[in-house]
Design a binder for this molecule. Structure first.
Ligand code: C2O
Ligand code: CU
Ligand code: CU
Length: 424
């Protein structure tokens, strides 16, 4: 607007969309899209004003997942938008370039709202020039993965859930069944979001050639890393670069993977399934992409020695430290801008993952030097394992409004696997 602020208006409304030929599926979407939402994009340092109007028949919220922001702008269960209402979140965006996303977070109803289709990407740009493919939709392509099953009349199946939640037999990529991408450059950067309520993916190329991982939830890696594949549990993001040869089609696929659980649980969680995600169709002539830079992010890693204290969270099948989510109870109080160690121990046979609002995290892993730790906001916590992470909360204090920490398997979150913390 005239004051130099980045103003974004989003309307959440019902719609219908044809995912399967000849069948109209009732959906919910943002910004005039029947399903999903427009990509919100802003630059570090900008004042963002995000205005959400609710045209749904029930109260919702809009949470900016991965953002460092004031608690009142967070869009969690404490910022409800009643039907017909408009809510405004604003803050000065101050975090490194990253692929964030937004989705509803009404207490007890998050799975339902996300499953109907509400979610979109939120890309943060910053001024540090990095020579990665950056032409949106050309060589910098978002891939929002989610899965649905359909009833015979074409509605989303919201009934058949198991211990991890709702699993679909059909993968939708950017709202599309069986998509392809016409590629015109020798490299493409894919920003992959797992927006599924419960399903995890292991993203690989069909010919088993490696991918180059360049970014995770919280931003770019210090340096590109060649990997065989990337596992994404619900809520996680990865930015990968794929090399292409003129005329040679390749398929991005999700394959069977190990969730660190016993076989029966892994199968029930859908991790033995495989799906084609995207066919990459390179043109007969490709424009050469610049070589990948040796260095990406120059951000200093969090220092373990700077961690003021350790907090421990024990996960059962649907509780954290034996507690169920209570909107009137504050579970933790964290000093503003603190770096701490948070330790998540899964004492159940089910896989969980943990997401912390307003935080950027680095998992402490044996054998991974500090300078190579990826930036995260959502981390897998396999059965019978402890994950230790350096957690840095944001610089916004609020003695009244809490942030959330929760399992991002949305059914678990809705069932109460969520705690509240203040940053003061
Ligand atoms: Cu992506 Cu608290 O959520
Ligand atoms: Cu979040
Ligand atoms: Cu869980």
């Amino acid at each position: 607007d005239a004051a130099g602020r980045r103003v974004v208006e989003l309307v959440a409304a019902p719609g219908t969309h044809e995912f399967l030929p000849g069948l109209a599926t009732p959906t919910w979407g943002y910004g005039g899209l029947p399903f999903g939402g427009p990509t919100v994009r802003a630059r570090r340092g900008e004042e963002v004003v995000l205005r959400v109007t609710n045209r749904l028949p029930e109260t919702t919220t809009t949470h900016w997942h991965g953002a460092t922001l004031p608690a009142r702008a967070d869009g969690g269960p404490h910022q409800p938008i009643p039907p017909g209402g408009t809510w405004e979140a604003s803050w000065r965006l101050d975090q490194p370039a990253a692929t964030l996303w937004y989705h509803p977070h009404p207490h007890g109803r998050t799975e339902r709202h996300v499953h109907r289709g509400l979610c979109g990407l939120f890309l943060v740009d910053d001024d540090v020039p990095v020579d990665l493919p950056a032409r949106y939709g050309v060589d910098d392509v978002p891939l929002v993965l989610t899965d649905r099953s359909f009833t015979p009349d074409g509605a989303f199946d919201e009934q058949h859930r198991n211990a991890v939640g709702l699993l679909g037999d059909t993968v939708l990529v950017n709202s599309t069944v069986a998509p392809y991408l016409d590629v015109t450059t020798t490299r493409v950067r894919l920003r992959v979001l797992n927006a599924s309520p419960a399903r995890s993916y292991r993203v690989v190329l069909d010919d088993e050639t490696p991918l180059t991982l360049v970014g995770t939830d919280g931003g770019l890696l210090p340096a590109p890393r060649v990997v065989d594949g990337v596992v994404l549990t619900p809520g996680e993001r990865a930015e990968v670069v794929v090399d292409l040869v003129p005329g040679r089609r390749r398929v991005l696929r999700s394959v069977s993977h190990d969730l660190g659980a016993v076989n029966g649980v892994t199968r029930a969680a859908g991790a033995h399934d495989s799906f084609d995600l995207l066919e990459l169709r390179p043109a007969p002539r490709l424009e050469p992409s610049p070589p990948l830079p040796a260095r990406l992010s120059r951000e200093a890693p969090l220092a373990e020695a700077a961690a003021a204290r350790t907090r421990r969270f024990t996960l059962s099948h649907d509780r954290i430290n034996g507690l169920a989510m209570d909107m009137t109870r504050v579970d933790e109080v964290v000093p503003v801008a603190a770096t701490e160690i948070w330790e998540f121990t899964n004492r159940h046979t089910l896989p969980h993952n943990m997401h912390v609002h307003d935080a950027r995290m680095q998992v402490l892993e044996r054998g991974v030097p500090a300078a190579e730790r990826p930036w995260k906001d959502t981390v897998a916590v396999p059965p019978a394992r402890t994950v230790r992470a350096l957690v840095r909360v944001g610089p916004h204090a609020d003695p009244e409004v809490p942030y959330m920490l929760h399992c991002h398997l949305l059914r678990h979150e809705d069932d109460g696997m969520m705690l509240q913390f203040l940053v003061v």
